[in-house]
Design a protein around this ligand. Structure first.
Ligand code: TRP
Ligand code: ZN
Length: 465
């Protein structure tokens, strides 16, 4: 009897002895290999996490707009890119009530925006694993370095949910950096009469006991910041375009009159984009037009941008262009943000030029006329300097100017081939400014080093091209 009872104790003692030996040899190894708390983004050092990739998020949410209470369960299917005795998720606020790894209870603690997970058993490099996190609380937005709010932003009838650059972690545990792209399933329960709108295709809505559950599927890979679960009282319209894209529009009735004529242009805008940039990357599309006057911006949430008010046509074009540039081809680092905003702004110029408005040259000239002291020249778009500048005027306007100089240098034929090659080569993936520069040189056969050095990286107002 004594013998039997001692055996588990002896087995348990072995790892302890190994740990002790390792501690003596090298204290850093004592804990075993751990995932880093960030992916190394210079502007957002804690964004994302090292050591694994998430293939799929299954998010089950229940939101009560009256009390602003959220109950959530997130099931992440992931792959370890190294051996892991411990890894982090990003989660801001909210209370974790249960956490398992491969169905076994795991250790977890909070450290600021990091949710530190210690699985019972270490994960091997290359191993697939499943993390289940049950959580609840009253979600709210994060304040970004530039003072704007993002994440879960309560409204008078629900919530405006937009996560760029950091806010995804305010409503689900995430590997919160655009380098990790995943498919998503959502099941969002809200009081009957409210609508919960996420990304991708609507699989169904079911009402029982005064609540409706909306199920959405985003099949193509998506960065966490592009996920939404916007809740409100919405007028809904669904149809399929000539190209077979499933469109779902949700519009706050207070914005419906102003939004209607603009949203009606979406199929034409997507067809226009497909001709210019290559095939629209997703099977679903649409718009969420909320009434959230305190937000102050729209976001290109994947397949279905979310607007804080009725958009004008150029804003619809901007967010639509992001579906190619930003959503399908995603950033590798936030400092490359001009790859999103410069491209989407230049798309606005192209759309105007091709639809009876100002030429892109006229838009360029009007900006170039601004004096050297203007905010437009405050920092270069390819190197904004900090997270506080990523949505600054130089990123949008001088970023678009850089593309215009590229176009006038290589000619229309080569320029539009570059845009299409960029969208095709990095579709559902990521890209860097350096890769874009190389591609532009390859397609055009020109040395573009000084063009990019001047328009993307040089301080101050460049000389006239
Ligand atoms: N990317 C958005 C756009 O289409 C803008 C945006 C998102 C933004 N989050 C923001 C702007 C936060 C300012 C602050 O341009
Ligand atoms: Zn934009």
């Amino acid at each position: 009897m004594t013998h039997l009872r001692r055996r588990p104790a002896l087995l348990a003692a072995v790892p302890l002895a190994v740990t002790a030996l390792l501690t003596a040899a090298d204290p850093a190894l004592a804990a075993g290999p751990v995932g880093t708390p960030g992916v190394g983004d210079p502007y957002f050092p804690l964004a994302g996490n090292g050591g694994y990739h998430v293939d799929h998020y299954g998010l089950t949410l229940r939101y009560d707009p009256g009390t602003r209470h959220l109950d959530g369960k997130a099931v992440l299917t992931a792959r370890a890119t190294q051996a892991l005795t411990r890894f982090d998720l990003d989660l801001n606020g909210l209370k974790v009530t249960a956490l398992t790894v491969d169905h076994v209870k795991a250790g977890h603690r909070r450290d600021g925006q990091e949710l530190v997970v210690t699985p019972r058993r270490a994960l091997r490099k290359g191993e697939r694993f499943r993390v289940s996190v049950t959580y609840s609380g009253t979600p709210g937005p994060v304040t970004d370095p530039d003072g704007s709010l993002d994440g879960w932003i309560p409204t008078d009838d629900g919530a405006f949910v937009a996560g760029e650059p950091q806010g995804a972690m305010t409503w689900f545990p995430a590997n919160n950096h655009p380098t990790d792209k995943s498919s998503y399933d959502f099941a969002i329960t809200v009081p009957e009469g409210r609508t919960a709108v996420a990304n991708g295709v609507l699989l169904g809505g079911r009402t029982a006991h005064g609540r409706t559950t909306y199920r959405w599927r985003q099949a193509e890979p998506m960065a966490a910041y592009l996920a939404t679960a916007t809740v409100g009282t919405f007028q809904v319209r669904q149809y399929t375009t000539r190209d077979g894209i499933k469109v779902y529009d949700a519009v706050d009735p207070r914005e419906a009159a102003a939004a209607g004529p603009v949203l009606a242009k979406l199929p034409a805008v997507l067809e226009w984009g497909s001709r210019l940039f290559g095939p629209y990357p997703y099977r679903a599309a649409g718009s969420i037009v909320d009434h959230a006057p305190n937000v102050g911006y729209a976001l290109e949430t994947q397949t279905r941008p979310v607007y804080d008010r009725a958009p004008d046509l150029s804003t619809l074009v901007h967010e639509s262009a992001h579906q190619w540039f930003g959503d399908s081809v995603s950033l590798t680092s936030w400092k490359d943000i001009w790859l999103n905003e410069g491209f989407a702004t230049y798309a606005e110029w192209l759309y105007a030029e091709q639809h009876g408005g100002d030429s892109a040259q006229a838009a360029f000239d009007a900006l170039y006329a601004r004096p050297a002291a203007d905010g437009l020249w405050e920092f270069p778009p390819g190197d904004p300097g900090s997270g506080a500048n990523i949505f600054g005027t130089p990123v949008y306007a001088r970023g678009a100017m850089a593309l215009h100089v590229l176009r006038t240098t290589v000619g229309d034929r080569a320029f539009f081939r570059v845009l299409r090659a960029w969208a095709a080569a990095h579709r559902d993936g990521n890209g860097t400014t350096a890769q874009f520069e190389r591609l532009a040189e390859k397609v055009s056969g020109k040395d573009l080093g000084s063009l990019f050095a001047t328009w993307l990286y040089a301080q101050g107002k460049p000389n006239r091209p």
